[in-house]
Design a protein around this ligand. Structure first.
Ligand code: ADP
Length: 246
């Protein structure tokens, strides 16, 4: 039976009199992979800001794991609870090797010096090897992150987030700027991550969303316009109208 990991219940947020999020309700189950789509200005970024505590809603409730109220939490609180967020632009440590980037993420919070020069443990090395394998960067492990392609940097950053063992991963337009092959493989990666964790992907690229093959939430004017498979929502006249202006 499905169990809710995240519940948004009638959430609203106004900026200067404009309702960016308008009575938005949505449930994401434990282990679910969910795509959130919608035209520019639909409220996707604000929704992610509210989930992570970067922005507080004016009204409504955000509930974690059916019992913990996130509504008044800040980003540090939600990160501690297990919510990881990947912004669109990759932020890796360019001058450090791929492996050291993962090591730094695994040690979260410690200084670079302390992390890279302290004694390395077996479990830590094993976890890094697993992550390198998952993100397909084992062969590049000793190369500086600056040498990686854009797609590889995105995967490395996903690996760095996984090193922190989140229960929910929010991923913002991972396929932007990727080659077709990188895009397809990114979909596979996110599919393999879900199951153990919940993943919410905000995306514009419909081919990528098709590849994700998951439940889709369509946002429009800060509310849920439609929800279901991509085939289902893309056949709905109201969704077609929002996207094509018909
Ligand atoms: P999306 O990510 O779907 O493009 P956003 O969440 O970024 O949409 O924005 C939704 C609406 O809210 C937009 O009209 C945007 O201009 C407005 N908005 C978002 N953040 C702010 C802010 N900090 N101040 C004023 N308006 C904002």
């Amino acid at each position: 039976m499905s169990r809710p990991q995240l519940l948004l219940d009638g959430v609203s947020r106004t900026f200067d009199g404009f309702k960016a999020i308008n009575n938005l309700s949505m449930v994401v189950d434990k282990g679910e992979l969910r795509a959130v789509i919608g035209p520019n200005g639909a409220g996707k970024t604000t929704m992610m800001d509210i989930i992570t505590g970067k922005t507080r809603p004016d009204s409504g409730k955000v509930l974690w794991d059916q019992r913990i109220d996130l509504t008044r939490m800040d980003e540090a609180d939600t990160a501690r609870l297990g919510i990881g967020r990947k912004f669109q632009k990759p932020t890796v440590f360019e001058s450090h090797t791929v492996e050291d980037n993962l090591r730094l993420a695994l040690k979260g919070g410690r200084s670079v010096w302390a992390t890279l020069f302290h004694r390395r443990t077996g479990p830590e090395n094993r976890r890094i090897a697993e992550l390198l394998d998952l993100i397909r960067l084992t062969e590049a492990r000793h190369r500086p992150a600056a040498d990686l392609s854009h797609g590889q940097k995105q995967w490395l950053e996903i690996g760095m987030l996984l090193a922190q063992d989140p229960e929910l991963l929010l991923v913002d337009e991972p396929a932007a700027g990727m080659t077709d092959a990188e895009t397809m493989w990114t979909a596979e990666l996110l599919k393999s991550i879900a199951g153990d964790r919940s993943v919410i992907v905000v995306e514009h690229d419909m081919e990528f969303v098709r590849e994700l093959d998951c439940r889709v939430t369509v946002l429009h004017q800060g509310s849920v316009l439609a929800e279901g498979s991509l085939a289902h929502v893309s056949a709905m006249p109201e969704v077609v109208e929002v996207y094509l202006g018909r």
